[in-house]
Design a protein around this ligand. Structure first.
Ligand code: PLP
Length: 356
């Protein structure tokens, strides 16, 4: 499929200071959009000016949260080239989310072509200093004019790009986590394995209550027994227990994070033992009391690694230190080094965006 480009006739000026961009508030001048309906399948791919979407007020996205998305980053290498990190993993996950939400799968090749064409067009907007990136947000929504509950008659896939400042502008500071004992994010068999907006909407209340109590994020427990660790905020979670990396197994309520998978691969390759299994809150407190729980950190595309300094559960606390731990540090340096092109990529994880 050809993706014709119509250049923005009134482009806005580029940001002036990439260190103060923050996250998700500045967008580039173009977006890619592809339509789908039952008759034509995916059609009419194009790159146009960034701007409002035209959707019917009866669209399923607006009433029934028929929505999935991805999040990935383009990095500027020291030689000026722009590279993506494992974008084919995002494309594959988009389709797993689509299948779960009764939305049409979109060929991975078409997704990658759309992402690369757009990033190539916007390459001047990929910041280059330490920790910065162009955040890419592919999204699919259910469109059409139908209030009856069922798969949407039409869909829109679109991609927007947002230049982002360094996540750790003030250095890496470990976060305070409230272990949530009342609200749950999802349950096994629910939509936790799909990257769908409803999971986020459902998480807002617990996060805002925790924030009022001075916590940065919540740790979610399983929705059946309220005992086992699922995720932290919108990140996967990894513990260092007795020198091993221990993380919840992907048993049907957890999102299969690409950062998580990459961290586990780097750890295994470095000779660190990795366990994917159930972890109860009781085990965390026991391991901590025995001096075996030495680190905990979240993993996700936004922060890459977010070290946890404190875990709080029903008035009891685990303190893990005021600085990033040595295992998290080692993996963070290696992973970000590969992502930014500083370290050799021996696994075929990076993909240079060719000049179109
Ligand atoms: C996106 C996401 C993650 C992290 O996935 P990455 O592929 O590493 O960015 C983890 N948990 C949830 C709930 C997410 O939505």
């Amino acid at each position: 499929m050809q993706i014709p480009i119509t250049r923005n006739p009134a482009p806005k000026a580029k940001y002036t200071n990439e260190r103060t961009l923050g996250f998700g508030t500045v967008f580039t001048n173009h977006m890619c959009i592809i339509h789908h309906d039952e008759e034509k399948g995916w059609h009419n791919a194009k790159i146009i000016s960034y701007g409002p979407l035209h959707i019917d007020p009866a669209s399923p996205i607006l009433h029934y949260a028929v929505d999935i998305f991805e999040g990935m980053k383009a990095y500027r290498y020291a030689n000026g080239e722009v590279g993506l990190f494992r974008p084919e993993q995002n494309a594959a996950r988009m389709n797993r989310s689509a299948a779960r939400m009764c939305m049409p799968e979109i060929p991975e090749e078409l997704q990658l072509q759309a992402i690369e064409t757009l990033v190539d067009l916007e390459r001047d907007w990929v910041p280059g200093s330490e920790g910065t990136s162009l955040y890419i947000r592919p999204t699919m929504i259910g469109d059409g004019s139908r209030l009856g509950v069922g798969p949407a008659p039409k869909h829109i896939y679109y991609i927007i790009c947002s230049p982002s400042g360094p996540y750790y502008a003030n250095g890496i500071v470990p976060v305070r986590i409230h272990i949530e004992d009342a609200f749950v994010r999802t349950v096994r068999g629910g939509t936790g394995t799909a990257k769908t907006g409803g999971n986020y909407a459902a998480s807002l209340l617990a996060a805002s209550i925790a924030a009022k109590r001075g916590f940065d994020q919540v740790m979610w427990l399983d929705g059946r027994e309220n005992r086992y660790v699922d995720e932290v905020g919108a990140m996967n979670i990894i513990f260092v227990i007795d020198g091993k990396l221990v993380t919840p197994a992907l048993t049907g309520s957890i999102l299969d994070g690409i950062t998580r998978a990459s961290v586990l691969t780097l750890a295994r390759d470095a000779g660190i033992c990795v366990e994917e299994r159930q972890i109860s809150v009781d085990e965390l407190f026991e391991a901590s009391a025995a001096g075996l729980l030495t680190e905990a950190f979240g993993t996700g595309t936004a922060a890459i690694i977010s070290p946890i300094g404190e875990l709080s559960y029903k008035g009891r606390n685990i303190h893990l230190g005021k600085e990033i731990g040595p295992v998290a540090r080692q993996i963070y340096d290696e992973l970000t080094g590969i992502q930014c092109g500083r370290l050799a990529d021996t696994r075929g994880w990076t993909r240079v965006v060719a000049r179109g």
